[in-house]
Design a protein around this ligand. Structure first.
Ligand code: IPD
Length: 283
């Protein structure tokens, strides 16, 4: 069964495109905003609706019970966030919810698929720019069906690095984030950027527009699809302490090569986060 997951991969692309159309349309209407873990962690009816559409279509196609699902909004409502050996879809229906709410034009649908805890393929549809990024393990990465590759820059001084601020506004965390960014900017690098969607940020690494993107505090649904796309475009992923990348750890550096990634890691001030798959503590 050499090509066991090809149908799932192709279907994920279709589903992501359809989901993106729903998001674009919803962006033209009034957006009602609610908050989740804190006042800057936003959610809209569109996030919930699009996740239902995606999971519903996948269940209809592949049969209820055969596949597992980790979806941002389902987890927010108490569903487990555990990666087992079973075929598992990891979904962010609207990556860049804050952008969506504000009309800042970078919003992505992120759909990844893992088997035996290994990421098999990833699809990121940057729906406002209508760009479809996709990659399957061992088969290369693509944007709108054109092969993409990470940049070949090895000199950090000639790099652009993406960093985000996440949603933790505790002064200690914000201090570490800005201190890290200041140190990187002053290496110096050509510039710092951030699109407001982790999935899109990883695709920007994959297509060579920037050299690296790192964040502490992201979730598996923000980065799982992008991880496959970065790897297949020739890039690499590590933990922020230089250890192996772990999609559940909520920490990640993605970059075009080890020289750049190691240089970034030297400057990162690490702060604590709770793993995505940590047991839920009942209060
Ligand atoms: C967020 C975006 C953002 C990143 C945050 C994520 P969401 O995802 O990916 O770029 O900085 O950490 O939570 O909430 O819009 O799906």
């Amino acid at each position: 069964m050499a090509d066991q997951w090809q149908e799932a991969y192709d279907f994920a692309v279709q589903v992501a495109r359809a989901a993106g159309a729903v998001i674009r349309k919803a962006g033209e209407e009034e957006i009602k905003v609610q908050t989740k873990s804190c006042t800057v962690d936003l959610v809209t009816k569109t996030d919930e609706r699009v996740e239902k559409i995606i999971i519903g279509s996948l269940k209809e196609q592949f049969g209820e019970g055969t596949h597992c699902f980790i979806g941002e909004e389902s987890v927010a409502k108490g569903q487990p966030c555990i990666l087992t050996d079973k075929p598992t879809w990891i979904i962010d229906p609207v990556d860049g919810t804050t952008n969506f709410v504000h009309g800042f034009p970078f919003v992505a649908v992120s759909i990844a698929f893992a088997v035996n805890k290994e990421l098999e393929f990833g699809v990121v549809y940057s729906c406002m720019e209508d760009k479809m990024y996709k990659a399957r393990k061992g088969q290369g990465a693509f944007c709108d069906d054109e092969p993409i590759q990470v940049s070949d820059v090895k000199d950090i001084h000639k790099s652009i690095i993406i960093c985000e601020h996440g949603t933790d506004r505790s002064p200690e965390t914000v201090q570490k984030i800005f201190s890290t960014q200041k140190k990187i900017l002053c290496i110096p690098v050509h510039g710092l950027r951030g699109s407001g969607t982790a999935a899109t940020n990883m695709c920007l690494v994959a297509c060579g527009a920037v050299e690296a993107f790192f964040e502490i505090g992201i979730h598996c649904w923000d980065i799982a699809a992008g991880a496959v796309i970065v790897r297949e475009a020739g890039g690499l992923l590590l933990d922020v302490d230089g250890g192996p990348f772990d999609v559940m750890s909520r920490r990640m550096v993605s970059g075009n090569n080890r020289v750049i990634v190691n240089r970034i890691i030297k400057e990162i001030e690490i702060f604590d986060t709770v793993r995505d798959d940590a047991p839920i503590v009942k209060k």
